[in-house]
Design a protein around this ligand. Structure first.
Ligand code: PLP
Length: 369
């Protein structure tokens, strides 16, 4: 018997969006579009591509483990000290490490929304620590008063994805201010702002930087995977109190962000045009997708991210499967938390038209088909 820890065996492996090639192979399709993983439909910044091509010549050299240049670039971009920054192999890695440094016993408690980003669960399970899931409110938003009520002296960590994945909904600054007042003082709050660039500028939209700079026990997390289009090279970052950064530096692998990712990130940060184009396209895409869902009688959530979550009013798995057979990969709600919901990412106009036509066909009443 191999003595794997009991709590590890109770953890579920991540279930990713289906890859395009797999769907083509399995269903014998030539054309497949993936609107399942909230990637950037315009691809990476051309500046990042050029930087990676150049850097490829140097891949025999270990990267800078402290990611000095990347942190300097992020510090200038964000207006926060480089010493408050941490970088990771995607923000997924930072989520994992935040769990490691804060949760270590069965008495420790972690609170998250339900449904929210699925990578928070293992941060508690690996402890193993107690995982408390607080249902979203009736508008699919984080119920911050209920989350505050769920906290005790044993609560160490509380997650808010803002905008939330899978729903795309946001909480407002006034609500986060109140939450921070209501929570016991030892609770560290993570504002996961993976979709920040899409929601930035919304009225009363909170910014984790402000809380961190004011000395609150708040960590902000962001990523290059979404608006910057670098999901494949894996690069995320976070900022927080000195004690958190110090602890992360103690547990992280020495070269946790590879050299190509570091240079891609610096180049992408300098490409405002690419982000602007992405965000503008996204605004139009959200409107379009909301209209598509409404047309077939589904109820889309108000989204501030680069995807839409909609309640189809019937089991979403068969709809997901029928869309797949028409060459469109989406994400069914049974793996995300609501079996009647479907999540679709904003794509190019052509990709979204393909989705719209397929959804109309799939959702049409049987008699009119
Ligand atoms: C809310 C949220 N946080 C974090 C991540 C992880 O992003 P990455 O590891 O690609 O930086 C995602 C990815 O989908 C996400 O939706």
């Amino acid at each position: 018997m191999i003595p794997i820890r009991r709590n590890v065996l109770s953890m579920q492996p991540y279930s990713p969006g289906k890859p395009i090639d797999e769907v083509k192979r399995e269903l014998g399709l030539d054309r497949v579009v993936k609107l399942a993983s909230n990637e950037n439909p315009f691809g990476p910044s051309p500046k990042a591509v050029a930087a990676v091509k150049l850097a490829a010549e140097k891949m025999h050299i270990y990267p800078d483990g402290a990611a000095y240049d990347l942190k300097q670039a992020l510090s200038a971009h964000l207006g926060i000290p480089a010493s408050s920054l941490m970088v990771g192999n995607g923000s997924d890695e930072l989520i994992h490490m935040i769990g490691l440094i804060l949760l270590g016993s069965e008495e420790d408690e972690m609170i998250m929304g339900d449904p929210s980003f699925s990578r928070y669960d293992p941060a508690a399970q690996i402890g193993p620590s107690k995982l408390i899931k607080v249902p979203l409110d009736s508008n699919y938003r984080h119920d911050l008063p209920a989350m505050a009520k769920a906290a005790t002296e044993r609560t160490k960590l509380l997650w808010i994805a803002n905008p939330n994945n899978p729903t795309g909904t946001i909480v407002r600054k006034s609500e986060v201010d109140q939450l921070l007042k209501d929570l016991p003082e030892q609770v560290v709050v993570v504002l996961d702002e993976a979709y920040y660039e899409f929601a930035e500028g919304q009225e009363d939209f909170p910014d984790a930087r402000e809380y961190m700079l004011a000395g609150a026990p708040v960590i902000g997390l962001r990523t290059f995977s979404k608006a910057y289009g670098l999901a494949g090279i894996r690069l995320g970052y976070g900022f927080g109190p000195e004690a958190i950064i110090d602890a992360i530096n103690r547990v992280r692998e020495p070269f946790n962000v590879n050299g190509l990712a570091q240079l891609a990130g610096i180049a992408a940060l300098s490409d405002d045009e690419h982000v602007k184009k992405t965000v503008e396209n996204n605004r139009r895409g959200l409107e379009f997708l909301a209209g598509v869902f409404e047309k077939v009688g589904a109820k889309p959530c108000e989204s501030f991210a680069n995807f839409i979550y909609a309640d189809l009013g019937r089991p979403a798995r068969p709809v997901f499967q029928a869309l797949l057979e028409r060459g469109v990969i989406t994400r069914p709600g049974d793996v995300l938390g609501n079996p009647t919901c479907l999540r679709v990412s904003v794509g190019t106009e052509e990709e979204m038209e393909l989705f719209a036509a397929a959804l109309e066909e799939v959702m049409a009443p049987v008699a009119t088909r």
